[in-house]
Design a protein around this ligand. Structure first.
Ligand SMILES: O=C(O)CCC(=O)C(=O)O
Ligand SMILES: [Fe+2]
Length: 320
């Protein structure tokens, strides 16, 4: 009977021994084999977990997001000519870097409780080992080994990327043509470990970095500096609960050490097929061999094109 098989998948997934952190950091081939060999089992386990706990689990969806943003986004999907109302919600702090309220602060506690339930599921998950900051956190995109494959989370994540991030990035950063592919992970800064992030750029056309701290989860330090190459100016940002920063991947940025408390963020990327990013982009995180393209095509893109979902399929390669 199917149910019995699925229950077994959850039990089996919980029983498997994960590769060590050391092996993962060394990129031992056995680590990749582990995640690939167990991919189906883990996906089944997540689906079973969700079903078994459906009475107590949040179904994450767009209603978690800021009401003003949600309204402007929904209006723009209905009529792309109304996209300026979306742009108006974002404040440009230096060229290529924008800030807005993303999550509804009132709903953040529910979302955090959901993420805690995810951790307590005891289903093996891979941390974002590809970045300096890598002890806590999870991979969010289905392209990634050991990702958070709970079906309702994936539906929310895909909505966030397709209905929110991509048109916003097209509108503010002109990423059209370089934003078919998605990638994402969560991170947490702690004063003892994973306290900062050295200056880098991302192998993305656009990065959306969303804070998920609760108002009572105060922290000190952990400012993020963005550097404007053209003017030589640096802007220092401090994340507030539910606030997001959208930036071009090629804007250099660095995170100061956190001195007390914790900071939790979701970091999601868009980039083009074969990892193409707009011309002039080089990166220190992600694929070093990413192609850069000949010409940025954003100028003649219509509002209707910005508010559309690419037809092509997602590839399966993960930047890290
Ligand atoms: O400190 C952070 O929130 C990470 C900043 C970062 O690397 C990014 O937004 O791409
Ligand atoms: Fe970054």
């Amino acid at each position: 009977m199917k149910t019995i098989t699925n229950t077994n998948a959850l039990e089996q997934a919980r029983a498997i021994t994960q590769p060590t952190r050391e092996a993962s950091l060394k990129r031992e081939p056995s680590v990749s084999h582990f995640w690939n060999n167990n991919r189906k089992l883990l996906e089944e386990a997540w689906a079973t977990w969700e079903m078994e706990n459906k009475d107590n689990l949040l179904i994450p969806d767009e209603t978690l997001l800021d009401p003003k943003l949600r309204k402007a986004i929904n209006d723009a999907w209905e009529n792309p000519e109304k996209e300026n109302a979306v742009a108006d919600l974002w404040e440009e702090i230096i060229p290529g870097v924008y800030v807005a309220q993303f999550f509804d602060v009132e709903r953040l506690a529910e979302f955090r409780k959901y993420l805690e339930d995810v951790v307590n599921s005891e289903i093996p998950k891979r941390a974002p080992y590809g970045i300096q900051l890598n002890r806590y956190g999870m991979m969010l995109d289905e392209r990634s080994e050991g990702h958070l494959a709970a079906p309702s989370f994936q539906a929310f994540y895909n909505d966030m990327m397709n209905r929110y991030m991509r048109p916003i990035a097209r509108l503010l950063l002109g990423t059209y043509g370089y934003d078919n592919q998605t990638f994402g992970f969560s991170i947490q800064y702690n004063p003892d470990k994973d306290k900062d992030l050295h200056a880098h750029t991302d192998a993305s056309a656009a990065t959306l970095n969303i804070n998920i701290n609760l108002p009572e989860e105060v922290f000190t330090g952990s400012e993020v500096d963005f550097y404007d190459k053209a003017s030589g100016k640096t802007v220092q940002t401090i994340f507030e609960p539910g606030k997001a920063i959208l930036h071009r991947g090629n804007v250099p940025h660095a995170t100061h050490p956190i001195t007390s408390g914790q900071r939790s963020n979701l970091v999601v990327w868009l980039y083009g097929d074969r990892m193409q990013v707009p011309r002039g982009s080089t990166s220190s995180y992600g694929n070093i061999n990413s192609l850069t393209s000949e010409n940025v095509t954003s100028e003649n893109i219509s509002a209707g094109e910005r508010w559309s979902v690419p037809k092509g399929t997602k590839d399966t390669f993960a930047p890290f």
